[in-house]
Design a protein. Sequence first.
Length: 434
Amino acid sequence: MPVAAGKVTVLWELVGPSDATGTVITEGNLADIDPSTLTLSTYTASSTVSWNGNVEIGNAEADSLIISSRIGSNGIVNGEANTALIFQTGSSYSANAYTYFTFVEPSATHTITVPSVNGKIITTANMVDITSTNTDLPSLTVEGTTTLNGATTVGSASSKTVTLTAQIKSLAYDNDNSKSTAFYFDGSTTGDSNYLSLILEDETVTRTINLPDCTGTIITTGNLNQITTTGTQGSMSVSGTSAINGNAILGDANTDLLTFGTGGKITGSTIFTFEGASANGNELSLAISEPSNDRTIAFRHGGTAVTSENSASTVTGTIGTLATATTVSAASTLGYVQLANKGTATSSDAGASQFTVDLSGSTVAVGTCASYTVTNNRIVTSSIIIPSVLAVTGGVAPFVVMQNIGTGSAKIGVCNMKTDAAMGGSVTVGYIVY
């Protein structure tokens, strides 16, 4: 047996065959303890312990490792002052591939809780592994750009709010039309090729669009037919065709004016239908015949409108000078009609005309008539023509008679009523064709 200096101390009881061969361990030869042949039920160290070489702690999943002390920095990794734990997944040591924990020097006592779940530890180098968070995340602040891929739900109930303080950047910009797409809306059927795009034109100044405090549908140029009512308009200008269906009220006071601009036309053969005080099946319609030329009808103030059905009972007294006469189509009990300003020739296609003859160079003898032919495409052989003396000069006393009626022309005789002298001067003769 070798002799070692020092006091012999028995540290534990050797368990094994009583006839085992070995070396007595003393304080002076503790290095002779071979761990590969040593089995301990407990191990307590009162000072610093250094385990060099490969160390295996536990030999079964049921074994546990309890560390009650603090884990200090081992200083193994160059440049890392606070390296506490180093991990290596391979079965053999590699000096260039390992994972280690390093800690920022604490300024206070902190606690890091390891959850009871399966997963990866998240560091700044594997943020992409964060694929979900707790649904009760109280808040989230992102300083940089955020990209949300896949289906995204913002808010879990209608009572939740979303506040956007930043500008909404366009998803795609159309350089040709200076427009950008801000939102795509897919509706209740998702995944198909039909969607709604909210496109913004390139701004020239800052604009504000107010969303009203009401329920309704946004109006665009594509659904203008959904405008069924508006508020009170101060003014309105319509450049195209307007169709006002249903009951319509134009003006709310007798001082309001309805003005048709220059060049404006009211189309249709029946342009107005008047109901009267009672809404029933009896109406008064204002119908317009197809014009053959531009016509102007002047409405005078006061009086009663004269039509073909109420002329006999409506027209009384003097009707003034007719600027345009027409064919007299029935017997008249209204006295006489004075014709004036119907032309100065014997050729006319109007329903009434006039002509002037100068007798100063060719007088009409006593008891005779001078014949004058008038041409008018309204005259037919069955026409009734009523001639009349409109004016005379030179003291003459004429009367007129019809001498012949043909197709397109007729002869009117200007006769001398005097019995003692020939008739000279001038005579203006008017006539009506019926």
